[in-house]
Design a protein around this ligand. Sequence first.
Ligand SMILES: *Cc1c(COP(=O)(O)O)cnc(C)c1O
Length: 367
Amino acid sequence: MAHQWRGVIREYADRLPVTEATKVITLGEGGTPLVHAQKLSELTGSEVYLKVEGMNPTGSFKDRGMTMAMTAAVEAGAKAVVCASTGNTSASAAAYATAAGLKCAVLVPEGKISMGKLSQAIAHGATLLQVDGNFDNCLDIARKLGEAYPVFLVNSVNPARIQGQKTGAFEVVDSLGDAPDIHVLPVGNAGNISAYWKGYKEYSAPFETANGTLPAVSTKTPIMWGFQAAGAAPFVAGHPITEPDTIATAIRIGNPASWDTAVAARDESGGLIEAVTDDEILAAHRWLSAKEGVFVEPGSAAGVAGLIKKHAAGEVPAGKTIVITVTGHGLKDPQWALRTEDGSDVQPVKVPNDVVTVAAELGLEEN
Ligand SMILES: *Cc1c(COP(=O)(O)O)cnc(C)c1O
């Protein structure tokens, strides 16, 4: 009989800081598809897979961390949670707070937030405040609220979030039978690259639990390749960026909270964190939808943009296994698909209610 996926906490309980007494808050997150990317594999001569995180309950990988954070909030007796968000964290926090029966406040930056994400936070009944500032300013306020007021912070500075997000690496290894050679992903606040690296390391060595030691699952760890948007690339600059700017709103972050752990992931794995331009991101976004059949939001395409760029520079080895996390669903931010390469909007062709005209318009001849 088919197995119903039980959410990341129940699936990986022995590797997460929970006990049998823990009341698990879940919407069935995780268990997302690892899709073989036909055209990227042909391009690079490596086997390229996409970890399609848009298939999570609220449409992004944030749900993996949010199930842990909300479970911890309930365990701590919290009545309300708060987060700063470029959009997906608020959508996820609002949904999981609803499942937990908690109030949720979200702080989003002025101007740049997609309709899809905004509508999720509202639909789930969060109190949404748009702060006159950028994401980094929002996170600053959220942290201070968490410290000095009776609200529980569910941003990825909360270690429970990273614990939940590391399960993405577990799933990749469980699907492939071993770790890939290279793992590629977008980098914004840098929680996810830190979480994947933690997950890969834990799976490659014996792991101590309350009930004994689990054996290593993988024989190796991958090289981590992170990609930032060129206008919001503090790791490339080597210092925070005060005015981050990119169309990829999910990674429009100038002062990443998980700085040290991201640098450790890069350096310990022998990897890199580089930048891709907005044009390269949009080209990768089109590649994914038009060539692979996978629809993502622009920020999610930064990893693919990075792989294509490295390939063009002759820096992608052939014959390897490469996994790219595509972080969020295309329906979050659909207007980018409706824009032609010259920047105008796609218009549907209008036809009369008549089969002969429709057939002619489609270039079909009667058989
Ligand atoms: C949050 C997010 C990112 C960035 O992840 P970090 O952990 O902040 O580096 C990338 N893409 C999407 C769709 C996101 O929601």
